[in-house]
Design a protein around this ligand. Structure first.
Ligand code: NOJ
Length: 538
């Protein structure tokens, strides 16, 4: 396989609104990120994925862009962004911008024009349809509840919005729209960014009239056109958010011939604790065997013909230590176990801000303490449908996106040192116990454990390129595997639960020649303590 710099990189995702506030307005900003670059450098990451920082009225916290070539007022200025790029670059850190090209804000000048009249030059930038029998053209739903069609009184047509009604979908069938997108991408490439994370990229080829939304027939054609017209001849990292990718589709996106993207960011493991066929709020317990099967599939499907991301968290998902670990009795052990499991795998790891500290989910008592449009819309929708308040809150506690969006916990000072003002969303009260200041100086902290895992990846090619083999595939408690590259073999054994378990690993993998990392210090033979994890060379 032709080696690429991003094969061995580790990416860190920043949700700027919640990262670090430098000016006391309660909202994180670009200067705040600059202040923390040394913290990230010390952790050892190579790349930052910056959730959107572009101009936005913030209906969906920046995923509703009103100007692709300018910075959101709360976050700073274009000059601040240039300074951030420069300072990151000085530390050898690249920055990925979040390309949200499926939709814009309804406050983008294109949409303001588009809705003026049916013959406006920008009308075809968006997806407008006549009513059918006085109703929406069809029953397509929005991810944020309700219909995906919004009636526009002024021009007597509906427009499509797969997310909020303030996020109208762009019409990718219009070649001028595509050119506008390439132009904005090149604006940022010229500023020296390291690449793009591409929001809901799989929706670009949609055919709404036929209710084809993901993976439409033109999707890969558009991505190849994008590639040719923007980053194709540059050495950038491009990663597509693909909820519905199969390994076959992933091989198209991440074809090593470079015609599309570098890698996929697919979610098959993330959906395993929801009831099949229902949506994310309908919970079911995770079955470890299912998780093992999904990882096995994605670890073995590529033969030098594709590349995947590795992640437990992002800004849309709950905190992993609360989700599949234990954020009470075993928070440190379980956070480290989950980190070991993931960081020994093949693919490019992504760490979401605060994950390296074991930051946990939040339980706000009052629905008004929540800020996320998806959560608030779902709450109203389900109340109207007759669900009980308590049941809806249980779903929000488990899956609400604000779990990931409470401010970063920098210290045990007021509001976790995130701001000197009033934070836009309340800080998790556990900041006195879980915070960066304590963990950076504590050699046994989760932070220093992540730092070591990153170092291990950098020093062991077998972790980057080695083959994967699942061990104990039928075991309901243990996730164990071996990675092999030529003579080098590394074994990872993790107890996924809080009960002590016995296990018998195949003889050839028993002898621990060199323990690379473990969360309990000295390991026992044939027995694992609660959430115990160990990575060793055989
Ligand atoms: C996916 C993003 O990750 C999410 O935060 C956002 O709400 C939707 N796309 C719409 O842009």
């Amino acid at each position: 396989m032709v080696k690429k710099w991003w094969h061995s990189s580790v990416v860190y995702q920043i949700y700027p609104r919640s990262f670090n506030d430098s000016n006391g307005d309660g909202i994180g900003d670009l200067k705040g990120i600059i202040e923390k670059l040394d913290y990230l450098k010390n952790l050892g990451i190579d790349v930052i994925w910056l959730s959107p920082v572009f101009k936005s009225p913030n209906d969906d916290n920046g995923y509703d862009i009103s100007d692709y070539e300018d910075i959101m007022d709360e976050f700073g200025t274009l000059e601040d962004m240039e300074l951030l790029l420069k300072e990151a670059n000085n530390r050898g850190i690249k920055i990925l911008m979040d390309l949200v090209a499926n939709h814009t804000s309804d406050e983008h000048k294109w949409f303001i024009e588009s809705r003026k009249s049916k013959d406006n030059a920008y009308r075809d930038y968006y997806i407008w349809r006549d009513p059918v029998d006085g109703h929406e053209p069809n029953d397509l739903g929005s991810t944020f509840s309700g219909s995906a069609w919004e009636w526009d009184e002024a021009t007597g047509q509906y427009y499509l919005h797969l997310f909020s009604k303030k996020q109208p979908d762009l019409n990718w069938e219009n070649p001028i729209v595509r050119e506008e997108v390439w132009k904005s991408m090149n604006f940022w490439i010229d500023k020296g960014i390291g690449g793009f994370r591409m929001d809901v990229i799989e929706l670009l080829g949609k055919i709404p009239d036929e209710k084809i939304i993901s993976n439409g027939p033109m999707l890969h054609e558009y991505i190849r056109e994008m590639n040719r017209n923007s980053f194709g001849d540059k050495d950038l990292l491009t990663v597509g958010e693909c909820w519905g990718a199969t390994p076959e589709i992933a091989k198209m996106y991440s074809n090593p011939d470079g015609s599309e993207l570098s890698m996929v960011f697919q979610f098959e493991h993330i959906g395993l604790d929801q009831i099949p066929g229902k949506d994310k709020w309908d919970l079911q317990p995770l079955n470890l065997i299912d998780l093992k099967n999904v990882f096995h599939k994605w670890q073995t499907c590529f033969h030098d013909d594709g590349w995947n991301s590795l992640f437990w968290n992002n800004h849309d998902t709950p905190r992993i230590v609360s989700r599949w670990g234990n954020d009470k009795v075993y928070k440190i052990e379980s956070a480290k176990m989950l980190a070991t499991l993931l960081h020994g795998l093949k693919g490019t790891p992504y760490i979401y801000q605060g994950e390296e500290l074991g930051m946990a989910n939040i339980k706000f008592k009052d629905i008004n303490q929540y800020k996320d449009i998806e959560t608030l819309n779902m709450y109203k929708d389900r109340l109207n449908k007759g669900y009980k308040h308590e049941d809806i809150m249980e779903s929000i506690y488990a899956k609400g996106r604000d779990n990931a969006r409470t401010p970063m916990q920098w210290s045990d000072e007021i509001d976790g040192g995130f701001t000197t003002g009033t934070p836009w969303i309340e800080v998790n009260p556990n900041f006195t116990e879980i915070n960066a200041k304590e963990q950076v100086s504590n050699p046994n902290s989760i932070y220093n454990y992540y730092k070591k895992l990153i170092e291990i990846r950098k020093n062991n090619e077998v972790i980057v390129y080695g083959d994967f083999e699942m061990l104990l595939p039928e075991d309901k408690n243990i996730f164990a595997y071996v990675r092999t590259l030529k003579d080098s073999k590394i074994v990872v054994v993790c107890n996924f639960y809080e009960n002590e378990v016995e296990y018998n690993i195949p003889k050839e993998y028993e002898e621990k020649k060199e323990v690379l990392i473990s969360n309990y210090g000295l390991s026992l033979t044939g027995r694992l303590r609660p959430f115990e994890a160990i990575m060793y060379r055989v």
